[in-house]
Write a protein that binds this ligand. Structure first.
Ligand code: C2O
Length: 442
């Protein structure tokens, strides 16, 4: 458990019927790499007692109409009886930043001149954007991403498509700047809950389309940083060139290439050989994607509904390798491990979007992994499906997009280049324990 840059709130304990007592709810400002035993066990307990697994359909069948309800100006009205989370655009306020945060100190987007429009799927005749792994994409492909970032950085800060504003999107959705419609005391925090995967999918979807628009290339696709496969287990070299717009000086200098990533990084360097580290990483992938994610309820994270306090509990992948890779990439000598290691600043590093393209690809991979002849499954809980987020699109129009809208990447007109997934065969000889990681010796 990391302790730096974290603010603990004095929220009351929640006692569980299962007899587990929670410690105080913790509000994180940096990316935690461990989770309270209560939150982690909760997912399994709730699964059993709530029967959430009855809300399931096949990933591939889940379509999108993009036409749910109508806008109410600040946010869409709550569905009768349901409790989807809706962002209150009109009351974006001061973010809660950790001590010693680096400027800028606010992250609300420019105020729109009109109501948000409901998301509409791209035209099926649009070119399919095929995202490629950064380590094999080639210099031309990476140069395109580099150009896109340069163009975004060159836009005025008042433009919602500028890199400055795009980075702020992440800040606004994880520092309490946004509030829930109808619950001004409650923030919209998209981490540590079932919104982790869909929110970030929507975020990089718009980011990618903005990049394509600026490049004049409607087929532009993001590179993804495939840190889960041995060839991708280094920071892609394009990001390490100090004169590139992809470079971020606020990174851990010890982790420049050719240093291998540690998917279980928790501030301490392991003295593994490359071969050991690769094996260790693959086993982590197996554990998080297979052993600890046997169902949608476990994979996605805990339900968060309107009127509830945020961060009910993460799915296994969010803690690691997702959070651990944020910590691995950020500058450990800074109190909040900026940029990648803190929620408010992570979007400021161009590698963030390739990291999240990989997370998104792994979501898609998880959906497609078959077990015997059973497909993996997703929720059809309406509170999840109808929860919505706000983004500016490539035309600088404010769009409200729901979880339902992002479930089918084919309909979103993008795809992932096929990558071998050797971790599928990397079942560890013993189960890694999330809460007792130190027990695991290589
Ligand atoms: Cu919103 Cu990788 O975090």
């Amino acid at each position: 458990m990391t302790n730096g840059g974290r603010r603990r709130s004095a929220l009351p304990c929640v006692l569980l019927v299962c007899g587990l007592a929670c410690t105080a709810v913790v509000y994180y400002t940096d990316f935690p790499v461990s989770v309270s035993p209560c939150a982690y066990d909760l997912s399994r307990t709730l699964l059993a007692v709530t029967g959430l697994d009855s809300y399931i359909v096949s990933c591939a069948n889940e379509g999108s109409t993009g036409t749910l309800g109508s806008s109410d100006g600040g946010g869409r009205a709550k569905t009768a009886g349901g409790r989807p989370i809706v962002t209150d655009l009109l009351h974006c306020g001061k973010p809660t930043l950790p001590a010693n945060a680096l400027p800028p100190y606010q992250c609300c987007p420019p105020m729109p001149t009109s109501d948000p429009v409901d998301f509409r799927l791209p035209d099926p005749s649009e070119p399919l954007r095929t995202r490629r792994p950064a380590h094999v994409a080639g210099a031309d492909y990476m140069a395109k991403y580099e150009r896109a970032i340069a163009l975004m950085k060159a836009l005025p800060r008042s433009d919602p498509r500028s890199f400055y504003q795009q980075a702020n999107v992440h800040c606004a959705y994880c520092t309490g700047a946004y509030r829930q419609v109808g619950y001004p005391e409650l923030s919209v925090q998209i981490h540590f809950s079932w919104f982790f995967f869909p929110f970030h999918r929507a975020y990089i979807y718009f980011f990618e389309r903005i990049a394509g628009k600026l490049l004049g290339d409607p087929g532009f696709a993001l590179p993804f940083w495939s840190w889960d496969v041995p060839e991708g287990m280094r920071l892609p070299v394009a990001f390490a060139n100090a004169s590139s717009p992809l470079y971020d000086p606020l990174r851990n200098p010890r982790h420049a290439p050719p240093k291998l990533v540690d998917l279980d990084f928790s501030r301490r360097e392991k003295n593994y050989t490359d071969e050991q580290q690769i094996q260790y990483n693959l086993r982590i992938m197996y554990n998080q994607m297979i052993t600890n994610s046997p169902s949608a309820s476990l994979f996605y994270g805990q339900p968060l509904r309107a009127g509830e306090a945020d961060m009910p509990g993460p799915g296994p992948m969010e803690i690691y390798p997702h959070n651990t890779m944020h910590l691995w990439a950020g500058d450990l000598s800074l109190p909040n491990v900026e940029n990648m290691g803190a929620y408010y600043s992570a979007g400021r590093d161009p590698v963030f979007y390739t990291h999240h393209a990989n997370i998104d690809r792994l979501w898609d991979t998880w959906c497609n992994i078959t077990r015997g002849d059973q497909r993996h499954l997703v929720f059809t809980d309406p509170d999840w499906l109808e929860s919505s987020f706000l983004f500016y699109d490539e035309e600088a129009r404010l769009v409200r997009i729901t979880v339902r809208d992002v479930l089918n990447i084919d309909k979103l007109r993008y795809a992932y280049d096929k990558v071998d997934i050797p971790w599928l065969n990397a079942r560890p000889p013993q189960t890694l324990s999330v809460n007792n990681k130190e027990e695991v010796e290589y």
